[in-house]
Design a protein around this ligand. Structure first.
Ligand SMILES: Nc1nc2c(ncn2[C@@H]2O[C@H](COP(=O)(O)OP(=O)(O)OP(=O)(O)O)[C@@H](O)[C@H]2O)c(=O)[nH]1
Ligand SMILES: [K+]
Ligand SMILES: [Mg+2]
Length: 452
């Protein structure tokens, strides 16, 4: 047994427990009917005794006058809740004051808390961080909670709520467990290398399981970014020649004057974005500079940005007055939709295109419905949890590569292959953040002999 390694674990654990008691306004700042101030840490009971005594039972709401700990001046009257460690969101003693939402009441309570020994204002995200450090939530759940706070549409709310409740963590931890089993089978193949048939069958079993897992991870990665679309929005670029009416359309969709409209060709230079909620799905619409050969250097830069925006978009809406549906190079037909603008000016239809007018409003409902249809098609109706962010995608790509390396190898190079699987498991473990602590533990336990 290596005592240096044990000492490192304690050192690590101590660094995680900052003895300070933290407090913060948890509701939005500014005037409101009510406010919530949260306090977490070892001094919570002391705070309760000095500011709202007598201390009620944990988890039972009590109505109290909040007093300054020294002057005893009444600061506010509030509903008080408290949670004894470890049964709280941070795993520490936690108290909540639900007081009145005036700036003055909030300021007075925060100032009073600041005079208490061992208490300080919380850093951004510090309550969640303590929850993570005390094993209350993993990183993927915390990210889900962050997304839930940011959620603007129904689909975002649903996805973030599931993630914060551990749906993705369960999936990824399940995969990591399976990788550990595959690693164990591979290790067994190494240990029994002098019994050729035992070794070979153990390795075969490891390969079989790795193949199945690789297929599952692959399907999750190649799901058309549906979870990321829900989180970040379905990206629509409005593209077309100058004066086609792109900015007018953006304004009509946003129902406000987001972009400058004028009869001058080449008005829009910078890409302008608006966010819409289409039947619960977030959609980001970008207005871009009109595409043409001529124009100043500034306009050419605008056009370069238009094309870049269009390439990144989930859908390109190509607008033209004449109904010309020839798309610029690099824009695929499947992810685009050609429409005819200014339908109030031309009755005749050159092509079988959807015609819109921002003057009469003609065709706008149909366009919105079509964008909504494409967005929900991209998101799909699968019940399985979707990959939601780039950080997870990167880790899963690493895992997929490592498993592929394992599968490409043979029994001869088995010791290297065991490493592939360990790296794959580590990559997935980084998503929930459970892995770093375990790395240290692994170092210790790998020094034990079997049976000790
Ligand atoms: N009659 C009519 N005029 C329109 C319609 N939509 C836009 N216009 C007019 O067409 C002109 C150009 O409109 P914009 O929205 O600025 O066109 P744009 O495509 O953004 O132009 P650039 O940014 O210069 O590429 C303006 O004078 C608008 O008032 C429409 O549906 N009907
Ligand atoms: K214009
Ligand atoms: Mg414009």
């Amino acid at each position: 047994m290596d005592w240096v390694a044990v000492a490192r674990v304690y050192e690590y654990a101590n660094a995680m427990t900052d003895a300070a008691t933290i407090f913060a306004l948890s509701s939005a700042p500014g005037r409101a009917a009510l406010s919530v101030i949260r306090i977490s840490g070892p001094a919570v009971r002391d705070v309760l005794e000095k500011m709202v005594a007598p201390i009620p039972k944990p988890r039972v709401a009590a109505f109290r006058t909040i007093r300054h700990p020294e002057t005893r001046e009444a600061l506010d009257r509030a509903l008080l809740l408290w949670f004894a460690a470890p049964n709280s969101e941070t795993g520490e003693d936690v108290a909540e004051f639900q007081g009145h939402g005036s700036r003055a009441a909030i300021a007075a309570i925060l100032a009073a808390l600041g005079t208490m020994k061992g208490c300080r204002l919380a850093e951004p995200g510090e309550f969640a961080r303590r929850g993570f450090e005390n094993g209350k939530m993993d990183l993927a759940e915390i990210e889900g909670l962050g997304d839930l706070i940011e959620a603007e549409t129904e689909a975002q709310r649903r996805q973030a709520l599931a993630q914060s409740a551990g749906m993705l963590s369960k999936l990824y931890e399940g995969w990591r467990t399976r990788l550990i089993e595959i690693a164990a089978l591979t290790e067994a193949a190494i240990d029994f290398s002098d019994e050729a048939d035992v070794s070979a069958s153990s390795f075969m079993e490891a390969r079989k399981r790795a193949e199945a897992l690789s297929a599952e991870i692959g399907a999750h990665l190649d799901d058309g970014h549906r979870g990321e679309i829900v989180r970040d929005g379905f990206r629509v670029a409005l593209l077309g020649p100058p004066n086609a009416g792109k900015s007018s359309l953006l304004n009509a969709l946003a129902r406000r004057d987001a972009a400058i409209v004028s009869a001058e060709a080449g008005t829009t230079r910078d890409v302008i974005e608006v966010r819409l909620d289409l039947a619960g799905l977030p959609v980001v619409i970008s207005d871009t500079a009109g595409i043409r050969e001529a124009g100043s250097a500034v306009e050419q830069e605008g056009i370069r940005r238009s094309l870049a925006t269009a390439r990144d978009a989930d859908l390109v809406v190509w607008l033209s007055e004449t109904g010309d549906s020839k798309l610029p190079e690099g824009i695929s037909r499947e992810t685009s939709l050609a429409i005819r603008s200014k339908a109030d000016l031309r009755r005749e239809s050159t092509a079988d295109l959807l015609a819109i007018s921002t003057v009469t409003g003609e065709g706008l409902d149909r366009l919105v419905a079509e964008i909504g249809r494409r967005a929900s098609e991209a998101v799909g109706t699968k019940a399985e949890p979707a990959l939601t962010q780039a950080r997870h995608r990167q880790s899963l790509e690493v895992a997929r590569r490592e498993i592929a390396a394992f599968l490409a190898g043979s029994l001869e190079s088995i010791e290297l292959r065991a490493e592939d699987i360990r790296r794959a498991a580590h990559a997935i473990g980084r998503i929930t953040g459970r892995v770093d602590v375990e790395d240290v533990l692994d170092q210790i336990f790998s020094r034990f002999c079997i049976g000790k």
